[in-house]
Structure formats: structure tokens, C-alpha cells
Design a protein around this ligand. Structure first.
Ligand code: 5AD
Ligand code: SF4
Length: 492
């Protein structure tokens, strides 16, 4: 398929690749750039790339890093999957995330058959599952590059290797061989690699990687590895640079931000880190994701209550309202402890928005257990909730439990829950109707160009008359009408 491409010998920088990071990756960015320049010359047009992201905020952030490197290497960004390098950054938290990827691979192969310059890459959480990689090696042989979550910092090097393995080094090694590199874990954090800045005014910032909690349904600890925190100095430096570049809102990212800092040589709590981030001039809004109820400290509540900059929004996954099930899920809190935490939070910050994640149909879930979940939903009154059908993930303890709940039962409970969640969320949203709130304007409305769209500090969406000049500003907006999940507003 790639036989007609001829690469002339490439003059890599004279020195061998450095062993230190990130210097090694910068070396491979230069090498890839030269390679891509030659491919582009043969194609007669610049090579393009497309990164598709599945899953969570963490993956979205990883995709910005991948994009940053692809741009530095000389590929041009494309909105279309009919590009010269298509990279899927995958998710595996639920089974349907995996199925989506397999479905779309066949379609990508159609493009590749017509484009001898096209490479297909797969990375992210799904690639950390050996069964997935075996299946791709066997049934999707046209894939050119596979890597996982632990060696993403080596992407430039992997990209260069894949280019050579696909198109050859000097014309005599043509013919595609798949480049596969998956690591089981890493304790390394490499700073200062290129990263795409998707928005000028807001940015996600990783504060930690991995998860040590092993909730019994969850595959994340197996595919993202053990918890490790970035040093506070590195995080603060990154945010200062972002602020100097005009960023107003940062979202601190981690699977369990409340246990930030535990593995550092000089321990630092998440609350301390938040305090230091709030001291940075130019940063006006601070968000974070995700909190685990078992680790949420009084110190954090106090910092949130004191700081004007920390958004009045807490995403606090409940998963189940049944203490019995929570124990089997290995969540390490009870229904009462969760409710008490919400009470403390609301006592300190009365109008805080609380959102959550809930799983329906965990093995052994009885009608009684489910009613406990409904009870918590009603008592807390979540501003919104992500509801999930339990999905069996091979390798997790819950997948081996015998009392899986029949599909129809799960579906019926799910519908009941969703109805209740939406009813409550719509009621909650009404409380801001008729008030003036601060809104960070994010983009021009896709459907109506006379409108702009932004977010309240509680993360709700607002549409208001405006123009592109307002993007990135924080405006006082009168919320004229609540439409359930969004507001219609007017700048004041
Ligand atoms: N099945 C369904 N939902 C799951 N989640 C994690 N693992 C599973 C699973 N096996 C949900 C949890 C988590 C969110 C990111 O995904 O609610 O908070
Ligand atoms: Fe998964 Fe639990 Fe870790 Fe969240 S805290 S990523 S649900 S194991």
C-alpha cells in the first residue's frame, strides 16, 4: 500500500539521540519534521493530521500534548479524518467506548486505501489492555502505531519510529510494519514538552496522574497506573506562564485531586496547592476534577469558601447511595458520610453547585439499594449528574462477581434515575433566573452567529447576544430565562 513512496536518506542531527528528557523528544521532533517535509514534497502538499479524543478531561489534555507535538513536527491540523495521520486517543472506562473505536477503524481503512501517505495511530487507555492490542494485531493490521498511557511523553520518538517502519528510512525498507510500544507502568513525569493551546483564555493543567483507589468496577487504576503527583513548583510555573499568556481559567486535573501530593518528597496538600494557584495574578477562575468523597478535607472546604477565584462547583462522584454497595464497590464512605459532606460543603458555601456520577446496576444491586441511590439524589438535589449503566470491565473484581443484574432491570432503574435527576436539575437551574452572574465568554454560538456562549462559575451554559470580540472576557450577564440546561442572558 505504501510501496510507491521513496524517502531519500534523512540527515538526522549529527549527534546521537540524547538520553535525557525532554531533550530526547526535541531531537525526534526535529527528525520527524525532516521526514514529514520529504513526504510532503512527494505528495505535493503539506501532510495533515487529525486527533480524535474519546473519554474524559484527562484524555482531552493528553490530546493537546499529542497535537502540540504533531504541529511541531510539521503536520498541519485538519478537521477531517481523511488526513495523513489519524490518531485515536481512546477510552476504555465502559465497553461502548471500545466498540466505537473498532467501528470507526474500518472506516479509516477506507481512507487509507486511497492515500498511500496515511498512517493510523491508536493510543490511550484502551491500548493498555493486552486483549485489545492482540485483537488489533490480528484483525486490524493496517494500523501503523500503537502506544499506551505511560509512554505518551515519548510520542515524538514513537512517531518518528512509526514513520520509518511505515515508509522506510531510505527507500529500501518500505512496507508497513506496525509499531507497538506499551508499558505496564511508569513513575516518570516529563515536563516542558510542546502542548497545543486549544483556547487562549482557559486551560486544563495536570496536577497528578493515575489512581490508587481500585474501586471494584473501575479499570482506570489498571490502565493509568499508580498515583503520582507533579511537583507544586512545576504546576505553579506552568500556570504563571499560562496567566502571562492571557489564560483566565484553569482546570486542575487528576483522577482523585483530593489525594494530591501524598507521594511527593515534600508533601503538599491539594488545599495548599489551590491556595498557591489562587495567588497567581491574572488567574480569575479555578476549577478542579475529580474529587473522591473519602479524601475531601475540611481544609479544602475552608479554602474554597475563602477564595473568590475557586469556582463554586464541586463534582463529587456518589456512584451509589447504598452503604452496602459502596462497601462492595470499595468506595470507603457510607451514605451518611456522603450526605454529611454535602451538608458541610453547603454550610460553608451556600450556593455551591454539586454534580455527581452514578452507576446503575452494579452486581448485586437490589431494589432496596437502588432506592437508597434515589434517596440520596432527592436529598442532595444535584445540579446535574452523569448517570451510567454498569459496564463489566474484564480484570476488575466486579466483573468476576456472579450476581450481575439483568439488563432489563438495569435499564428500568436507569430510566427512573435519569428522570429524577433531570427533574431536580431543571428545578435547581431556575434559582439563577433573574440574577446577574459572571460569565466567561467562550465562543460564538454555532447555530446563531449573533449570539455568544459562555459559562457561569458553576459551569452552567449561557447564550447571549454578542460578538467574537467578547471571547475570553468575563462579563456580567443578566440571566433572563432558564431553559432547563442552559440560560438566555443579556450582558449588563
Ligand atoms: N461501568 C459504568 N460506569 C463506570 N464508571 C467507571 N467505571 C465504570 C463501569 N465499569 C463511571 C464512574 C466514574 C465515571 C468516570 O465513570 O461513575 O466516576
Ligand atoms: Fe476509578 Fe475509583 Fe479511581 Fe475514580 S477513584 S478513577 S472510579 S478507581
Amino acid at each position: 500500500m505504501h510501496q510507491m513512496i521513496h524517502i531519500t536518506p534523512i540527515h538526522l542531527p549529527a549527534a546521537p539521540a540524547p538520553t535525557e528528557e525532554p531533550a530526547r523528544q526535541y531531537f525526534y521532533i526535529r527528525a520527524a519534521r525532516e521526514y514529514i517535509r520529504q513526504l510532503s514534497a512527494q505528495k505535493g502538499e503539506p501532510l495533515t493530521f487529525h486527533v480524535a479524543t474519546f473519554g474524559c478531561q484527562m484524555n482531552a489534555k493528553d490530546s493537546e500534548k499529542l497535537t502540540g507535538i504533531l504541529e511541531e513536527a510539521g503536520y498541519q491540523k485538519s478537521d477531517s479524518e481523511n488526513a495523513d495521520f489519524v490518531l485515536y486517543n481512546t477510552c476504555t472506562v465502559r465497553e461502548n467506548a471500545n466498540n466505537k473505536v473498532y467501528g470507526r477503524l474500518g472506516y479509516l481503512n477506507g481512507f487509507q486505501k486511497k492515500n498511500p501517505f496515511m498512517m493510523i495511530g491508536l493510543c490511550g487507555c484502551m491500548m493498555q489492555e493486552p486483549a485489545v492490542v492482540d485483537k488489533i494485531r490480528q484483525s486490524y493490521r493496517f494500523v501503523n502505531l500503537i502506544f499506551g498511557t505511560h509512554n505518551i511523553y515519548k510520542f515524538a520518538e514513537l512517531l518518528y519510529t512509526a514513520l520509518e517502519n511505515t515508509f522506510g528510512r531510505d527507500g529500501d525498507k518500505n512496507g508497513s510494519s506496525m509499531t507497538v510500544d506499551i508499558w505496564q507502568d511508569t513513575d516518570k513525569i516529563v515536563e516542558d514538552l510542546p502542548v497545543e493551546r486549544k483556547y487562549t483564555f482557559k486551560s486544563g493543567v495536570n496536577i497528578m496522574f493515575g489512581c490508587n483507589n481500585f474501586c471494584s468496577y473501575c479499570i482506570v487504576p489498571y490502565v493509568r497506573g499508580r498515583e503520582r503527583s507533579r511537583k507544586p513548583g512545576d504546576i505553579l510555573q506552568e500556570i504563571k506562564t499560562l496567566a502571562a499568556d492571557g489564560v483566565k481559567e484553569v482546570m486542575l486535573l487528576g483522577q482523585n485531586v483530593n489525594s494530591y501530593g501524598k507521594n511527593l518528597e515534600e508533601p503538599c496538600t491539594f488545599a495548599q496547592l489551590l491556595r498557591d494557584v489562587a495567588d497567581i495574578d491574572g488567574i480569575e477562575r479555578i476549577r478542579f476534577m475529580t474529587s473522591h468523597p473519602k479524601d475531601l478535607s475540611d481544609e479544602l472546604i475552608a479554602v474554597m469558601a475563602q477564595s473568590e477565584k475557586i469556582c463554586r462547583h464541586l463534582h463529587l462522584p456518589l456512584q451509589s447511595g447504598s452503604t452496602r454497595l459502596l462497601k462492595i464497590m470499595n468506595r470507603r464512605y457510607t451514605k451518611e458520610q456522603y450526605l454529611h459532606l454535602v451538608e458541610k460543603m453547603r454550610a460553608a458555601i451556600p450556593d455551591i453547585a454539586i454534580t455527581t456520577d452514578i452507576i446503575v446496576g452494579f452486581p448485586g444491586e437490589t431494589e432496596e439499594d437502588f432506592n437508597e441511590t434515589m434517596d440520596v439524589v432527592c436529598r442532595v438535589g444535584f445540579d446535574s449528574a452523569f448517570t451510567f449503566l454498569y459496564s463489566k470491565r474484564t480484570g476488575t473484581p466486579a466483573a468476576a462477581m456472579e450476581n450481575q443484574v439483568p439488563e432489563e432491570t438495569v435499564k428500568a432503574r436507569f430510566d427512573r434515575l435519569l428522570y429524577k435527576v433531570q427533574e431536580i436539575a431543571a428545578k435547581k437551574a431556575m434559582r439563577y433566573e433573574g440574577t446577574v452572574q459572571k460569565v466567561l465568554i467562550e465562543h460564538v454560538n454555532e447555530r446563531d452567529e449573533s449570539l455568544v456562549t459562555g459559562r457561569l462559575d458553576n459551569n452552567s451554559i449561557v447564550h447571549l447576544p454578542g460578538n467574537a470580540g467578547m471571547i475570553g472576557t468575563i462579563a456580567d450577564v443578566y440571566l433572563k430565562e432558564c431553559k432547563g440546561f442552559y440560560y438566555i442572558g443579556e450582558a449588563r
